[in-house]
Design a protein around this ligand. Structure first.
Ligand code: HEM
Length: 449
């Protein structure tokens, strides 16, 4: 399949749209799948009629694959209970506490880019941002200082790479999780390779044991998870050790690649658009001036044009290019006689919507002004869905936005970013991947300011 599954979903979206339909049907291999394309219908399905479409329909088997019992995969009451328990973990207040940790990871990234710049070496931007991202999520979700920049063979970076590198088996594993959970169950394909699973399990348990033995604390998710549970050994009141582990792993799995995709594509576009880059840099200096030059949480939150730039990158390169749901009980499609049977798979093409010229004119153009105060209100609701929507919306959105704003602020404050002679004019998306990944390595140049 030349276009890959994500491309095929976007093509189906285009076809249904061009036929003037509000929805359509397609087969994902053997599986009949319903695809709404009308934003009002999408809104209805994932918010108002959420009770019918509460679950993603991903693979889950707590016994043979305990790590699959995470927030992303859990269903019905189990999901609801866990989401309620975890929601306080991601409030602005809790995320703000992790700010210093994020900034210190960013400072290490700046040192690394400074060395590369002074040696006139190109920046492998995805690799650099992935190190930054792995340092942050390793620190916040596992309480471990990864030091990926100082130690390129750092274990977290190595195993993190294994989770996301699109070799044949990872691609198959990820495809099976999202599209063919029955096949995954039949062949007992686990969510992670055994060595990766072992690494994360040991790392988490070591940290937990250390915290409990020394009564030490840190501003991270482990601490919050620990406070939710009654601690080691398992609890029915809070979270058991296995449940905590599954959540930390999904924070890593769902947060690391998505966030680095957003920031690295953003820097790629800024390299080709020096005018947008300069406008953003001017905002950074202007805001920092108001805060006496200090890069504080409040200053970062005040950088509004930066939000526009990151949003435009999320629009053009949605790290998660589709939303999936499973119909939980027979559902009558509004204004039709069609009944979606319980168990039917539903796919929403985020790429289809966000690259639709009816919703975003000239969609290939990188134009952060689409998200300006005046223009944002003109965007049709439910056509911009990089974090999903409804009760199942991404729980880590605030965390991801803060992390990427800090990274972008530190990079643009210190460096000018430019294309390298090998930088592709257009990104070619890897058709094997179920996320938005470039086939080509993206090299950029940097100059110390
Ligand atoms: C730019 C970065 C990110 C993007 C684009 C992104 C995107 C998404 C999307 C599209 C969903 C599914 C929403 C739906 O079905 O409606 C999701 C769910 C989720 N995300 Fe993120 N995400 C990002 C960062 C993060 C981070 C940093 C974390 C954790 C620290 C995280 C944790 C999760 C979890 C646990 C879920 C499942 C929520 C549930 O089913 O209740 N994500 N994300």
């Amino acid at each position: 399949m030349k276009r890959g599954f994500v491309g095929t979903l976007a093509d189906a979206y285009k076809e249904f749209k061009s036929q003037g339909k509000k929805f359509g049907g397609l087969f994902v291999l053997y599986k009949p799948t319903f695809m709404p394309v009308d934003p009002a219908m999408i809104k209805r399905m994932i918010t108002i009629d959420f009770q019918y479409f509460m679950n993603h329909g991903n693979f889950i088997d707590e016994k043979i694959d305990p790590l699959s019992a995470n927030l992303l995969n859990l269903e019905d009451e189990k999901w609801k209970t866990l989401r309620t328990k975890l929601t306080p973990t991601f409030t602005s207040g809790k995320i703000k506490v992790m700010y210093d940790e994020m900034k210190s990871c960013g400072t290490q990234m700046v040192e690394h880019i400074t060395t590369l710049s002074s040696e006139h070496k190109p920046l492998d931007i995805k690799e650099i941002i992935s190190c930054y991202s792995v340092d942050i999520i390793g620190s916040c979700a596992f309480g471990i200082d990864c030091n990926s920049f100082k130690n390129p063979d750092a274990e977290f970076r190595k195993y993190g790479r294994m989770v996301t590198e699109m070799d044949f088996w990872t691609a198959l594993r990820m495809f099976a999780i999202f599209f063919l959970p029955e096949v995954k169950k039949l062949f007992r394909i686990r969510s992670f390779r055994p060595d990766v699973e072992k690494f994360f399990t040991n790392a988490f348990k070591d940290v937990l044991n250390h915290r409990l033995a020394t009564n030490s604390k840190r501003n991270d998710f482990v601490q919050i998870l620990l406070e939710l549970g009654s601690g080691h050994g398992g609890s029915t009141k809070g979270l058991t050790t296995e449940e905590m582990l599954a959540q930390s792993v999904i924070f890593f799995g769902a947060g690391f690649e998505t966030s680095s995709t957003n920031l690295s594509f953003c820097l790629y576009e800024l390299a080709w658009h020096p005018d947008i880059q300069q406008r953003l840099r001017e905002e950074i200096f202007k805001v920092l001036n108001r805060y006496d030059g200090a890069i504080t949480y409040e200053a970062i939150m005040d950088m509004k044009y930066m939000d526009q730039v990151l949003d435009e990158s999320l629009r053009k390169y949605p790290p998660v290019p589709f939303l999936n749901r499973k119909c939980g009980k027979d559902y009558k499609v509004p204004e039709t006689d069609l009944i979606l049977e319980k168990g039917t798979s539903v796919m929403i093409s985020v790429t289809g919507l966000q690259m639709d010229p009816d919703h975003f004119p000239n969609p290939e153009k990188f134009d952060p002004d689409r998200f300006s105060k005046e223009n944002k209100s003109k965007i049709i609701p439910f056509t911009f869905l990089p974090f999903g929507d409804g009760p199942r919306v991404c729980i880590g959105q605030r965390f991801a936005v803060l992390q990427n704003k800090i990274g972008l602020c530190l990079i643009l404050k210190n460096f000018r970013i430019m294309p390298h002679e090998s930088t592709p004019k257009k990104i070619r998306i890897n058709p094997r991947a179920v996320t938005t990944v470039s086939i080509d390595k993206i090299l950029l140049r940097s100059e110390v300011l």
